[in-house]
Design a protein around this ligand. Structure first.
Ligand SMILES: [Zn+2]
Length: 486
């Protein structure tokens, strides 16, 4: 074989690898989609900077004033019409570009978690400038969504696509259910479809549901007395809390095995020598379906009554917030998966892989030294369940919704941990957020230029919804100003 002929053979063999094959059922990316992806590439420094700044703000639920302003301002500068303070929440916003249908919603989050302050280094160390931390990566979440919306808007303009791109600035995902308040206020009434993502330790397009959740507090009120001098005159509110928790812990055996119940005691009295007059605990009840969570909540209320009866105290239950399980959407998940596969999983540098390996070691999850510290593969589209909960659930019951997970943290590192905060603040998180922004922008373009996709997504949505009627589980009244105000 001559040198020329063997080169031709090599080229022939390589061709299928060089030309990215079109995925089954997914057309080659349209020029508008390619333009949106290229726009993210061009704007990647800004997306990275927004994510880092929000990481530094580290503002918890309903207090995300700087984070919300940063994202709303960026959208305004890019030509979006911005309305701030939607649904009576000062840190929410709705930003819109274009007109008419379809209306594509992109959901942005940006709240941090109290107690998860951490420097961007692979060993646990509190950041002296923060009390909260982005242990769930919502700094990247908001930045990537805004980057995606601006890129999709640029592509929409150059390709002269009709429709509306609308970004929802959603406060307080962590416990505050900002999206459920936006849904309750009718903000999604004219929306055709919603997209979101979540930073994580793997790469997959969204067929994962989540657990429905109900959050409530129980406060017991008793009679204070000298705990040694005249205990017979005291009625302990703390006894009420403790006996309620005994009942809750026995209840665990008789609920569906996927259910989760957790609590913290927010007030257990002040001094051991004073019989506590006031005591309170804060509970989360989670289950695969909202109806199951509600049934468990009804039983928890009986347990509270029983504890009050036993201790001769009074009790009061206050519902805080709740959100539904996610209603998945298969056609949308497949479209998003095709985009994720076209763009590819994040390609991390050797420094980032070393950082992730160190984080895993520090956290105690590293078992073998040669294990890949960051996810490199893309998971298949499969129906699954995450044990977490999200207020995206409420949106998914009123409009077809699709989500995405992109690796922004080391493998097997749990959410809501110092290690997650560390990765979300450095280039691992940034790199993941750029991939997410590209996939979200590409999917938004799909939804603007493919009415067939929208139609099949809506059909899938109606089928999964069935006869179930969505009704908010939020109490009446305005959203809280702070979660601790309840
Ligand atoms: Zn989260």
């Amino acid at each position: 074989m001559t040198l020329r002929r063997s080169a031709a053979v090599v080229l022939f063999l390589l061709l299928p690898l060089l030309a990215r094959p079109a995925l089954a059922g997914s057309p080659e990316p349209s020029p508008a989609k390619l333009a949106a992806i290229a726009a993210i590439e061009k704007n990647s420094a800004a997306v990275g900077e927004w994510g880092r700044k929000i990481w530094e703000f580290a503002e918890p639920a309903f207090q995300e004033h700087n984070s919300s302003k940063l994202l709303a301002d960026a959208l305004e500068q890019a030509g979006f019409r911005v309305r701030r303070g939607a649904a009576d929440m000062p840190t929410s916003f709705v930003a819109e570009f274009g007109a008419g249908t379809p209306v594509v919603a992109l959901l942005a989050e940006y709240d941090a978690l109290p107690g998860l302050s951490q420097l961007d280094q692979p060993q646990q160390q509190v950041n002296p400038r923060q009390t909260a931390g982005h242990g769930c990566g919502h700094n990247l979440f908001g930045a990537a969504i805004v980057g995606a919306a601006i890129a999709a808007k640029d592509a929409m303009t150059s390709a002269k696509l009709g429709g509306t791109i609308r970004v929802y600035g959603c406060p307080a995902e962590e416990g505050g259910c900002g999206k459920a308040y936006l849904v309750r206020a009718g903000e999604f009434k004219d929306v055709d479809v919603a997209v979101h993502w979540h930073p994580g330790s793997s790469n997959s397009a969204g067929m994962k549901s989540s657990l429905a959740i109900i959050r409530f507090r129980t406060r017991f009120t008793g009679v204070s007395a000298h705990a040694a001098g005249s205990p017979q005159l005291g009625r302990s509110a703390l006894d009420g809390v403790e006996l309620m928790n005994v009942g809750i812990n026995f209840l665990r055996e008789h609920v569906t095995s996927a259910a989760r119940i957790h609590y913290v005691i927010t007030n257990g009295g002040n001094r051991p020598n004073v019989v506590p007059q006031e005591a309170e605990a804060w509970y989360y009840i989670r289950a695969p379906r909202m109806s199951e969570a509600q049934a468990i909540f009804a039983r928890a209320k009986k347990i509270a009554e029983g504890a009050a009866l036993m201790t001769e105290t009074k009790h009061e239950i206050r519902m805080i917030t709740g959100s539904y399980e996610i209603l998945v959407n298969e056609p949308l998940a497949r479209a998003m998966d095709a985009n994720l596969r076209h763009i590819g999983a994040p390609q991390f540098t050797s420094e980032e892989r070393a950082f992730a390996a160190e984080v895993r070691k520090e956290f105690g999850v590293s078992s073998k030294p040669d294990e890949e510290p960051l996810a490199t593969r893309i998971e298949p589209v499969e129906i699954g369940m995450s044990n977490g909960s999200t207020d995206v659930g409420d949106v998914s019951w009123v409009v077809p919704t699709v989500g995405l997970s992109v690796a922004t943290t080391a493998r097997e590192i749990p959410g809501h941990s110092w290690a997650n905060t560390a990765c979300a603040g450095m280039s691992i998180g940034r790199r993941g957020s750029i991939v997410a922004a590209k996939v979200l922008a590409a999917t938004t373009v799909d939804l603007l230029e493919r009415p067939d996709l929208l139609k099949t997504a809506q059909r899938d949505f109606r089928r999964r919804l069935g006869e179930t009627k969505y009704a908010t589980v939020l109490s009446d009244g305005p959203p809280p100003e702070k979660l601790d105000d309840f």
